[in-house]
Design a protein around this ligand. Structure first.
Ligand SMILES: Cc1cc2nc3c(=O)[nH]c(=O)nc-3n(C[C@H](O)[C@H](O)[C@H](O)COP(=O)(O)O)c2cc1C
Length: 200
């Protein structure tokens, strides 16, 4: 059986961003798993124009307005599940991430999504908002999320020699979240294939 593809979406687009530290950790840990194939969708590397379609993507499936949308759309389509690495701005998630979520629909539909957040309270407020959006996109948001708290962010940034201790502490939740995400990814992939076969 083909390994499920997990797309790791990086939400922060800042030139100098904290996201790069957890991104390196996630690349390493998720990349080492034998039960998934990892793909990284970094929104800084794939800037999308602000959504400007005449109809909602849920009605007008895969009607990409430009090459940037088509490239990202194909990458999302190939995923069986998503892990979003999210920052928290003003108790919400980033505008770039909302633009991504609004620009596509069927590419997300009937797939699981999990969250790794960072901020004073581990990006919790952004993540809880993202769960509501995921429900509207007809996705399953997995119960466990990973939260990198403010004091851990400081430790990671200011004391590089102790980074491994922080990552080790977060590892069990990452494992739990990923295991759950893969359970859903493996369960839903055949059902999506059946839908595609009926539609074609
Ligand atoms: C505009 C702005 C708003 C912010 N609001 C929050 C917030 O509501 N909660 C929080 O925990 N951190 C907040 N922060 C601090 C971020 O957690 C911190 O800057 C983090 O590094 C942002 O992620 P990034 O560097 O990967 O973009 C905010 C930062 C910015 C720039």
């Amino acid at each position: 059986m083909q390994l499920p593809t997990v797309s790791l979406i990086v939400a922060s687009t800042r030139t100098r961003r904290f996201a790069d530290l957890p991104l390196a950790w996630l690349r390493e840990r998720l990349g080492a798993r034998a039960d998934l194939s990892l793909d990284v969708l970094d929104l800084r590397e794939h800037p999308l124009p602000f959504f400007d379609q005449p109809k909602p993507p849920a009605w007008n499936r895969r009607a990409y307005a430009n090459e940037a949308e088509a490239t990202v759309g194909r990458s999302l389509d190939a995923a069986d599940g998503f892990i979003v690495l999210t920052n928290e701005y003003n108790h919400g998630y980033s505008a770039a991430l909302k633009n991504l979520l609004d620009t596509f629909f069927v590419e997300f539909q009937h797939k699981p999504i999990g969250f790794v957040g960072y901020g004073n309270v581990g990006g919790s407020r952004a993540i809880e908002q993202l769960r509501l959006v995921a429900a509207e996109l007809d996705m399953v948001s997995v119960r466990t999320s990973v939260h990198i708290l403010g004091h851990q962010m400081r430790q990671l940034a200011e004391h590089p020699d102790t980074r491994e201790t922080v990552w080790e502490g977060l590892e069990p939740r990452l494992e739990l979240m990923t295991d759950d995400l893969l359970w859903w990814a493996n369960a839903l992939a055949p059902a999506r294939e059946e839908d595609d076969a009926l539609a074609s």
